[in-house]
Design a protein around this ligand. Structure first.
Ligand SMILES: Cc1cc2nc3c(=O)[nH]c(=O)nc-3n(C[C@H](O)[C@H](O)[C@H](O)COP(=O)(O)OP(=O)(O)OC[C@H]3O[C@@H](n4cnc5c(N)ncnc54)[C@H](O)[C@@H]3O)c2cc1C
Length: 425
């Protein structure tokens, strides 16, 4: 009989185990992990550097990075936020650093530092870790004055007073939880890049430009459009501004990844076939760009349009957009017609691209969906349906944009569940 069993030796499972064992040294705590290794996602995270969290220390700002969970995480973040995570690692000699875009990494630049920290802590605190122990069944047992959970793994059967399930996005565990009455919101991918075949971005992979990208409303059925809280007036829905990276299969970069997260549901319903509109000069709109181009026409009249760097765009992207607007290579500014300049302005501020499918963003991907948020008490992360059953991490229908926010959900969830368990034992 254990006091606490944790299913899942990942980020949330370890963080919870350490806080439980440290919070009450008398408790018998163990982790059951299906793999031969624990913390495998931490290992590969952030390209092997582990983007531990994000330098956003205000709970009401931090929640804005969670397309699913924004409302529910506010309370937990007031209890345990980014600053607490930084302190946790610093107290254990794992200092973190902040990069220019706000992402935080261990100074070592190696995810192994985080893994070593967790393994040492678990060892120091006497947390048992059972590897090769895939859990196949969990059952509540009601005996007189003694209710407990029976947990069956492929190796053994265990009994525990408190059960924390932190198995990430595992469909089998979600099925088990359904049999206990829980609702599982449909799991769908989040944080992906867009597949686009288009001559304007051909042969310029690696280029990055700051742009405003919008998903066009005409692509989305009206029901979905109305239900989206971020629905906008006009002919676009879901707009993000930031770096867009041209890849050899289409587009990636922060603006695209953010769109994939906020649009995870609607884009899934469109089977990832939709159109986007890009303003490559987000500080301008179509009319002001025409004025700008007319000014350049006056000043640079003898130069060719193609070879003038008229605007702040990577040169090869400028070249492709000029060609796409129908301006032939040797045309000088003096010779270019107003009609062609209008076409160029359109390419610069309203160019449309057809997205046909998605690709995985190798540095970080998550699953949107999971245990319905309504069925969890966010003060303790205990199930509202099954007493003594707790959840933390990606198993819940919470996910974030890229940048360290997904791990922060695991850390905060692990901590809150740990307190919930300690206080109820
Ligand atoms: C390639 C990649 C890179 C990423 N990089 C980042 C990043 O840099 N920053 C960031 O914030 N987020 C990142 N993420 C997201 C982040 O890894 C997850 O949000 C986070 O790991 C979720 O933690 P978790 O503990 O809920 O689940 P996991 O970390 O997935 O842990 C779940 C554990 O449960 C185990 N398990 C599952 N089923 C069973 C079972 N039946 N019995 C026993 N054990 C079981 C699994 O083997 C696993 O070890 C990345 C994701 C990927 C895929």
């Amino acid at each position: 009989m254990f006091d606490v069993l944790i299913v899942g030796g990942g980020a949330a499972g370890f963080y919870a185990a350490i806080h439980i064992a440290e919070g009450n040294r008398k408790l018998k705590v163990a982790i059951l992990e299906r793999g031969k290794e624990v913390l495998t996602k931490v290992k590969v995270s952030g390209g092997g550097r582990c983007n531990v969290t994000h330098a956003e220390f205000v709970p009401s700002e931090l929640v804005k990075n969670y397309p699913r969970g924004e409302k529910e995480l506010l309370g937990p973040f007031y209890s345990y936020c980014t600053g607490d995570t930084v302190q946790f690692f610093e107290d254990r000699n794992v200092p973190l650093k902040i990069e220019d875009d706000g992402r935080m990494f261990p100074i070592s630049n190696s995810s192994q530092t985080i893994i070593d920290c967790f393994l040492n802590e678990a060892d120091r605190l006497g947390v048992e870790v059972f590897r090769h122990s895939s859990v196949t069944k969990i059952e509540p047992v009601q005996a007189e004055n003694n209710s407990f959970w029976k947990v069956t793994s492929i190796k053994k059967t265990y009994k525990t007073k408190k059960l924390l399930v932190a198995t990430g996005s595992n469909p089998k565990i979600w099925s088990l939880l359904k049999t206990l009455g829980h609702t599982i919101d449909k799991p769908i991918p989040s944080l992906f890049t867009f597949n686009i075949k288009d001559s304007r971005i051909k042969d310029i992979q690696g280029l990055s430009a700051n742009a405003r990208v919008s998903v066009l409303k005409s692509n989305l059925n009206s029901k979905v459009t109305i239900s989206l809280s971020s629905a906008r007036k006009g002919d676009t829905i879901l707009t993000e501004e930031g770096p867009v990276l041209i890849t050899h299969w289409g587009m990636s970069g922060p603006a695209i990844l953010r769109l994939s997260a906020w649009g995870a549901k609607v884009l899934n319903e469109k089977d990832y076939n939709f159109s986007i509109r890009i303003n490559w000069l987000p500080e301008y709109h179509e009319a002001s760009v025409i004025d700008l181009l007319m000014e350049i026409k006056e000043v640079e009249s003898k130069k060719t349009v193609l070879r003038t760097k008229a605007v702040d765009l990577p040169r090869r992207l400028w070249t492709n957009l000029v060609k796409a607007s129908g301006i032939v290579p040797e045309t000088t500014w003096a010779d270019v017609s107003k009609e062609l300049l209008q076409k160029l302005a359109l390419q610069l501020t309203r160019s449309e691209f057809k997205v046909e499918g998605k690709s995985t963003f190798k540095e970080e991907f998550v699953t949107a969906g999971g245990i319905s948020l309504k069925e969890i008490n966010f003060k303790t992360l205990e199930s509202k349906l099954q007493p003594n059953l707790f959840f933390a991490g990606e198993i819940i229908n919470v996910d974030a944009i890229t940048g360290g926010f997904n791990f922060q959900n695991a850390w905060t969830g692990g901590y809150i569940a740990a307190q919930g368990i300690i206080n109820s034992i």
